[in-house]
Design a protein around this ligand. Structure first.
Ligand SMILES: Nc1ncnc2c1ncn2[C@@H]1O[C@H](COP(=O)(O)OP(=O)(O)OP(=O)(O)O)[C@@H](O)[C@H]1O
Ligand SMILES: [Mg+2]
Length: 259
């Protein structure tokens, strides 16, 4: 099962992606967590320290890998004879969450006439990543909607468009859902995050209903999540309203995927 977590900047994508990874790993699934944000910070949400995170070399910045996997000496010519298992085993970083972390890094064009080998690696990785029955891949995406145009989130089973109590974030989540509906992604829907009142809940639900978009999860505002977000400390996963809601979301996704 491959899950992409998308949405406007700051809505809680990384918190949700990281918490889903903790949940699935602790319930016995092999988990690959992919940080596809060009300002990566998923590592902290998976329990690594800032110092450990700073030593991770992003896949897209690993020239040896890019050359090995996509390159010939001719710009724009790619081999793409690609297995991804070795990428996971060579570049995946084990984390306290139990998930293996891959940090993709910045995807930048590398000169005229070149179709961007680094970007090809990410796309090919997603396309060819064959997921075994109980394996879970979670993608923490870059903010906004461009990645859908670039096709990075094309080969997932589930797309979560996260919004918070902010109209702009709802509009972006809804645009993401509409774009995703043109792809083969089977489960697409909104996740409300940081909902702090019954009124916000009602506004969110009526927006979703008015735009004919399914609501896959609702995660309340949780002061402890906000506090640990500031300090970078790992969250106590035992007693958090937000984490309980994410657990329910995870169970719903498993059911949707199985059915
Ligand atoms: N349900 C919640 N309750 C309280 N605080 C939350 C909640 N969800 C996320 N936060 C806090 O909001 C902040 C932003 O969350 P996060 O970094 O996950 O957003 P993001 O969408 O990944 O941002 P970016 O677009 O910059 O990658 C963090 O400090 C996080 O701890
Ligand atoms: Mg993030």
């Amino acid at each position: 099962m491959k899950i992409a977590v998308c949405g406007k900047g700051g809505v809680g994508k990384t918190f949700i992606a990281g918490s889903l990874a903790w949940h699935f790993a602790s319930s016995g699934h092999p988990v690959i967590a992919i940080d596809a944000d060009s300002s990566p910070n998923l590592a902290l949400n998976l329990g690594l320290s800032a110092d450990e995170a700073s030593h991770i070399v992003p896949v897209a910045e690993n020239e040896e890998l890019i050359r090995m996997k996509t390159g010939t000496d001719f710009s724009g010519v790619f081999r793409l004879s690609f297995t991804v298992d070795d990428i996971i085993s060579r570049y995946g970083v084990p984390t306290p969450s139990g998930a293996n972390l891959l940090v993709m890094g910045t995807v930048k064009a590398m000169g005229a006439g070149c179709t961007c080998p680094a970007h090809s690696v990410i796309k090919a990785l997603m396309r060819h990543l064959v997921v075994e029955r109980d394996e879970i891949v979670i993608l923490d995406m870059e903010a906004g909607i461009e990645h859908l145009g670039r096709g990075t989130a094309e080969h997932v089973d589930i797309l979560l468009a996260v919004a918070d109590a902010n109209l702009k974030s709802l509009e972006i989540a809804s645009a993401i859902c509409r774009l995703a509906q043109e792809s083969d992604i089977s489960t697409i829907g909104l996740v409300a995050n940081r909902i702090a009142s019954a009124q916000q809940d009602a506004v969110f639900r009526s927006y979703a209903a008015g735009h004919n978009l399914p609501v896959l999860g609702q995660i309340p505002f949780d002061q402890r999540v906000a506090d640990t977000g500031m300090t970078g400390e790992p969250l106590d996963t035992s007693a958090s309203d937000a984490l309980n809601a994410i657990r329910e979301l995870a169970e719903r996704l498993e059911k949707a995927h199985a059915g």
